[in-house]
Design a binder for this molecule. Structure first.
Ligand code: ATP
Ligand code: MG
Length: 421
């Protein structure tokens, strides 16, 4: 008896051929854009010491409280699969003293993240992010540049149904006054808040603004706006961000409910929302984290970044613009063992020379091979059997107009390279 087959882990998924072409298209579009704007790729590990995330994301956040994949390894180190990229990039920036030569650095990274959330459409336990960060720029230009990059990426991918929501979360100078005002309202609303928000109320009151539970949302309708509590510096910063976005023609909405689920944000926070995804409406989120590098043991260096939900973006792009699979330029249909051995030599030489090539490796009728070439969308088929070998000529058939020509087997590879290169 055979064993039952093993299934993948709940909340994890395979990205299969047919989808990967689209993922590559998105990835290439993003990389081109990042490079247009001078961002450099950084690759960080998918595991870090648990402390890094606990200290940066914050003990009282959903991620650290209940979503991290944390375990002790055989050497008794407490490790976590990364739930996001920013903390690791900061760690790397500090560890390699990248600030010493030039504090201004622009990075991007693309890869998997892990959060143990309840799996549903658009929400996975292993998901992917496209991430960008700017270090060392306090000026609001950095904030505007990142929001503009998101807008431009979506435009290049022909995703239109998106809105940028922006807010300011203030700084350690002005945020306490806002929290105080908010706490008054939260105390009054306590009877209708969900159990999570009751806890947040005392430990991290701003997070209540972010709660998706309808009762909490309703109770927060009359919440004060943090914009009214900003100190002069934060107010001026935010005004420059919104004015510059407007000058550049980047559409946005000021959204005073937007707080974002991580502790490290200061000043500008933003999210790209779309109507195309149903309940999981955020396709990207980001913000400024001026205190994070300092709090992780580095110098006081301002920074800002965003993360795009790659899975969600792929879902939107798939719905609007399917990406074609690259078909072989040439399919070699060989008949008989001798011809097949020759065909294999030609195919490998052509493939090595950069020509899109396919062939049938086993014994199949010409009819079956022609069908196969057709199914794969091959541009031309080279037919070679024992009689062609004898005659010294193979047949090259154009699949579009069905015309055929004979080509001499002597020097055939060079000829084909000339034809297809
Ligand atoms: P959400 O409100 O949807 O939980 P978030 O605020 O937790 O999002 P961020 O930490 O800001 O998300 O991550 C940036 C982006 O990553 C999100 O806007 C979303 O598109 C994507 N993302 C976050 N969590 C998941 C997940 N579990 N599965 C798929 N994509 C996700
Ligand atoms: Mg979340």
């Amino acid at each position: 008896m055979s064993q039952p087959s093993i299934q993948l882990i709940r909340g994890f998924k395979d990205i299969l051929p047919g989808e990967t072409e689209l993922w590559q298209h998105i990835e290439r579009t993003a990389i081109d854009l990042f490079e247009d704007f001078g961002y450099r790729e950084i690759r960080i590990p998918i595991m870090e010491k648990t402390n890094l995330f606990a200290r940066s994301i914050g003990e009282d956040t959903d991620i650290v409280e209940k979503e991290m994949y944390t375990f002790t390894d055989r050497g008794k180190d407490l490790l976590t699969l990364r739930p996001e990229a920013t903390a690791s990039i900061c760690r790397s920036y500090i560890q390699h003293k990248m600030y010493a030569q030039d504090p201004v650095r622009k990075f991007y990274t693309i890869g998997p993240m892990f959060r143990r959330e309840r799996p549903q459409k658009g929400r996975y336990r292993q998901f992917y992010q496209i991430d960008a960060e700017i270090f060392g720029v306090a000026a609001p230009f950095a904030d505007v540049e990142l929001i503009l990059l998101l807008r431009t990426l979506f435009e290049r991918l022909e995703v239109t149904d998106t809105t940028a929501h922006v807010n300011s979360l203030g700084c350690p100078v002005c945020r306490p006054r806002f929290k105080e005002a908010l706490t008054g309202l939260l105390d009054a609303a306590a009877p209708v808040l969900c159990s999570d928000c009751l806890r947040r109320k005392d430990r991290n009151p701003m997070r209540v603004l972010d709660c998706k539970v309808p009762g909490c949302r309703e109770a927060m309708q009359g919440a004060p706006s943090i914009i009214d509590y900003l100190c002069d510096d934060c107010r001026a910063h935010f005004a420059t961000v919104t004015d510059t976005l407007a000058q550049l023609g980047v559409p946005f909405e000021v959204d005073k409910q937007l707080v974002r689920g991580l502790d490290y944000y200061t000043r500008t926070a933003f999210e790209i929302q779309t109507g195309a995804l149903g309940a999981q409406s955020a396709v990207a989120g980001g913000g400024r984290y001026d205190g994070l590098v300092g709090s992780l043991g580095g110098p006081e260096i301002p920074a800002i970044g965003f993360a795009i939900g790659f899975d969600r973006l792929a879902e939107i792009v798939a719905a609007t613009s399917p990406v074609a699979v690259r078909p072989p330029q040439l399919f070699i249909a060989a008949l008989g063992e001798t011809a097949r051995a020759k065909a294999f030599q030609w195919a490998t030489t052509l493939g090595t020379a950069g020509i899109g090539i396919a062939m049938e490796y086993g014994e199949k009728s010409l009819k079956a091979q022609m069908k196969q070439a057709n199914r794969q969308g091959a541009g031309q088929v080279l037919i070679v059997g024992e009689s062609e070998l004898q005659a010294g000529n193979a047949v090259l058939r154009n699949m579009a107009d069905k015309t055929q020509v004979e080509i001499p087997i002597e020097g055939i590879v060079e000829k084909l390279i000339q034809t297809f290169a």
